[in-house]
Every structure is written in structure tokens, then in C-alpha cells.
Ligand binder design. Sequence first.
Ligand SMILES: Cc1cc2nc3c(=O)[nH]c(=O)nc-3n(C[C@H](O)[C@H](O)[C@H](O)COP(=O)(O)OP(=O)(O)OC[C@H]3O[C@@H](n4cnc5c(N)ncnc54)[C@H](O)[C@@H]3O)c2cc1C
Length: 401
Amino acid sequence: MNTSTEDLTEFRAEVRQWCREHVPADWRRAQTLAGDAEFVAFQQSWFQELRSGGYAVPHWPAEWGGGMSAARQVVLYQELAAHDAPRLVLGFVSIHHAASTLLAAGTAEQRARHLPAILDGEIWVQGFSEPEAGSDLAGLRTTARREGDGFVVDGQKLWASGAAHADWCLLLARTDPAAPKRRGISYFLMDMRSPGLDVRPVRNAAGESHFCEIFLNGVVIPAENLVGPVNQGWQVAQATLSAERGMTMLELAERLGNAGFRWLVEACRGPAPGGGRLVDDPRVQDRLAELETEIAGLRALCLGLVERHEAGTAGPADASVVKLYYSELLQRTMDFAVEVTGLPAHTELRKPASSGWESGAWVLDFIGSWEWTIPGGTSEIQRTIIGERGLGLPREPVVPA
Ligand SMILES: Cc1cc2nc3c(=O)[nH]c(=O)nc-3n(C[C@H](O)[C@H](O)[C@H](O)COP(=O)(O)OP(=O)(O)OC[C@H]3O[C@@H](n4cnc5c(N)ncnc54)[C@H](O)[C@@H]3O)c2cc1C
């Protein structure tokens, strides 16, 4: 990292102090079984709290309210995780995916309209996936047809996280059905209050409904909401997808090391069913040592990725290595937690909204950990990227549709 040690020490002390004063002490209890309205209100107020400290969008350019060096962001995420600050689950797509897309490919008007609005709490959803078009995203079938000053959209989106609370959507739609798959897609900013749009939540295995289906029936999008040229939305989408990696992974790795592993060790200090403490069992000690080593490895991988990203030397598969390793290590950690904590943990089925997987309700966290091997490219897709782009192995055979 290119910032001096002294500078970072001072900055760390500043963030630490801020966290002590501003992280809501009882947020997990207050958010347990919170309804939708309480969840949204809490997320919005925490975002504004972070904003007042200058910590809401550290990765944005300085002119838009960010400008923090990568080294400082590392410290920030370490301290937020260490103080068990709530995660910005509701604003995740807004501050990462939407902002990166607007900065990379948006017009000056689109940036001026939406970046300040995001800082004021505008919520975005990513409308990419469709039935039968997830890993094969280029196979999407939602259409946008030019009509006068706008485009008329028909189709369906699936697994859209947070769509029920969103103001705007990053939408991919097919504008040239005759063109090769990737060359006939355009990228739009869609107002979620548009007539013809219907959002239906989908309940997941943990009983939550954070992702949704979006049905689009003759929805009109003004032409000024097109991002990039018509039929070149695939290129724009790459800016959106790359925002899911990098610093966001660093934050998640820190959460795993703090909330996840630290709580697991505490649980293992508790009584074992046959007497004594779980942690007195050498098999438990071995497994904890293994997991701790793997978490240290994950942190090192993340820091390496950030450094290479800053230096412009990141390889084409580096982010995939981190995503794959994080999501599968998370599963292994939660799997062990469920195994070792036994029946009381299995019956705890209440978790705080705003917590993501790291709720301390181990069974729900175990179920939640499986989600991470799917979005942003499944583990199988990450392995293909690592094989082909990272290791230069032959490309996988393409099966004709
Ligand atoms: C928690 C969560 C949040 C999400 N949030 C959003 C969101 O906000 N917006 C959005 O647009 N989407 C979102 N998604 C959708 C996600 O991007 C897709 O689910 C993902 O891309 C996988 O697509 P699929 O579900 O169609 O599975 P499929 O692509 O049908 O894959 C099924 C299985 O086949 C394997 N497979 C497919 N193709 C290959 C291949 N070429 N080689 C090897 N194996 C292959 C996959 O790895 C997988 O195991 C979310 C998903 C989850 C789980």
C-alpha cells in the first residue's frame, strides 16, 4: 500500500473513534424480525450517518464525494467489521454497481442527476438475470423496441435483489433480435415507478424475500435513459459487473474474520454435549486452526488484489480467485458452525434484518452462505474463468443452442 504507516495509524485511530461514537450499539437486537419499513429506514439512516463521517462512498472520485486511497479504504473496512457496524445491504447496488456504471459510461446529465440522488438515498436494483439467462446472460429475451422518443420494454427479470425497495433499475434488454447475442443488447436506466412494471418478491430457503421477479409489460423508457450506444449494452454491463469485485470482497473477508469466525470461536468455548467445553476437543481445535489459517489466506488474497488493482497489474482472473475462495470458505465455516454448535443453534430461526449472512443464527447463516456461490457468476463459471483467462487452458467447448 502506498500510504505511509504513520498516516494510516492516525487514520485508523480516527475511524476507530468514529465507530465507537456512531455504530448503533444495539442494532442487531433492534433489527431482529424488523419489518420492511423498519429495515429500509434503518439502512437509510445508517447510510446518512456514514455519509456525515465521509465514509459512505470512499471509492467514488473526490468530485462526487469520495476520493479515499485504497489503503485508507482497507483500514475503513477493517475497522467497520471489527466494530460490527451494519452492512449497507440496501444501498449495495446503488453505491457500487450503479455508480460505477454511471461513472464509466453515463452521460454528464445522467451522472449529475443520479450520483447526488444516490447520496441522498436513491435505491437501485440490478435487472440483468432472467429465466434461462443467468450464467448465459447474453441469452436474455426481454426486448426494448424504439418508438418515438423512447423504448418500449416487454419481458421478465428474475433474482433482482432489493427490487421491492428500489427507485431505479439497471436494465439490460434486447434491441436487435437479429444480431449475434452480445451485439443486440442495450443498457437502460429504468424508473421503477414506470407504468406497466410489476415487482413480485420471491421467498428463499431461509424464509426471506430480498430478491424479486420484475414483470415488464409495455414499459416506456425515455431515450435519454439509454447508457452507451444502442446495441452496445454488453460492454457497458462489464463496468457494472466489475463493481461487484475488489473492495466489496475485502469488506466481506473482514466480516468473515470478525463476526463469523470470532463468534464461532466464542461458541466453541461453550459447553460440549457430553461435558467439558467444545474447544477442548482436539478435532474442534484442528478445524478452528484450519479455518483461521484459511481466513488469513483470504485476507492476504484480498489485499494482494487491491494492491495489484491499484498498480494496474491485476490479472484477468484475480477477482474470480478471490470470489471463488471467499464464497466456498464461507460455506465451509458455516458448515462447521452448524455441525459444532448443535441443536440450540438449529432452532434459532430469528435473525436481524441488515445483517446479511453474519447474523449468529447459524442455520440461517449456513443457508445464506450458499447464496454467495451463485451471484456475480457461479463457482463453476469462476473456475472456467480461472482456467481459461488465468491459466491459459483451452476454452471449454461451446454447445450449440
Ligand atoms: C443471492 C442472489 C442475489 C442475486 N441478485 C441478483 C440481482 O440483483 N440482479 C440480477 O440480475 N441477478 C441476480 N442474481 C442472479 C444470479 O446472477 C444468477 O442466479 C446467476 O448468474 C446464475 O444463473 P442461473 O440462476 O440462471 O443459473 P444457471 O446459469 O442456469 O446455472 C445452473 C447451474 O449450471 C452451471 N452452469 C451454467 N453454465 C455453465 C457453464 N458454461 N459451465 C459450467 N457450469 C455451468 C452453473 O454454474 C450452475 O451450477 C442473484 C442470485 C442470487 C443467488
